[in-house]
Write a protein that binds this ligand. Sequence first.
Ligand code: AVI
Length: 311
Amino acid sequence: MPEAVVSTVSAIDEIIQGLSNHPAYISPKFFYDAHGSDLFSQITSLPEYYLTRTENAIMNEQGDAIKREAGAVSTLIELGAGNCRKAQALCALLQPQRFVPLDISEEYLLEATADFREKLPGLAVYPVASDLTQAIILPTHIPPERRLVFYPGSSIGNFDPPHAANLLRRVRALLDDDGALLIGVDLVKDVDVLEAAYNDAAGVTAAFNLNVLQHVNAIIGSDFSDDDWRHVAFFNPAHSRIEMHLESVGETVVHWPEGERRFAAGERIHSENSYKYLINDFINLLAENGFGRSKVWTDAQNWLAIVLAHP
Ligand code: AVI
């Protein structure tokens, strides 16, 4: 397995830069320590979080059509693989020779791939710890032909449009002309449905958001206390995105070895954007970034789309 792409030194600089900014921000990639990945896995089964079950239903219903459209696949590459559960079904359907799951949380990924190997023993699995905001580096022995990049869960929505465009171009560069991208994208819908998905009654999304502070403490040696912060999530129609923030309950000062940041009561740290697309805008984004022919499947409510895009 190659070295983890995530460099701790740049993570420290990146976090301190975000905390020192006005307004402060933390990149959502720091949600995914082992506990954060586990909390995200819990989110995917919440009744309010329609994304995963809607995507799974489309995948199940359209399996034959996806197989026909994708053709023969030699390597399935999953971006942001997490618990690798979605790829299990896809590998069973498409029968690739190898599976290359990429995820930022190395510990979580290694556990998930051990489970994966038990369930699909005939498949070669090459996990890669990888931060998708950086260069995507695959093991050199992975053949370039007939690759299918699988990017489910609308994780593309966690990139703002220029960074989403950049990621699509980098995905395109991983593919020969016979490759393809299979991507899930969450669509614009009723605000109440959107906001409920990020403010679940059980408080798992709040715990997921707050957990980033503990991960930041572990990386930069800061002294964030969960009790000083509360979870905030709302739809911002001007940007067509759910925004998640951590809001300071009272005035608080956060320290780290070579600095500190004072937060007023009610001041926020922006921790995530989750863009919701109109399907035509998303197809245009694909077309502008190296993908020509696309096939789209959606659910009956048009809540989420799965797109198979060819170079
Ligand atoms: C991973 N990503 C697509 C999730 C989303 O919906 O934007 C992360 C998440 N944040 C809060 N709940 C789930």
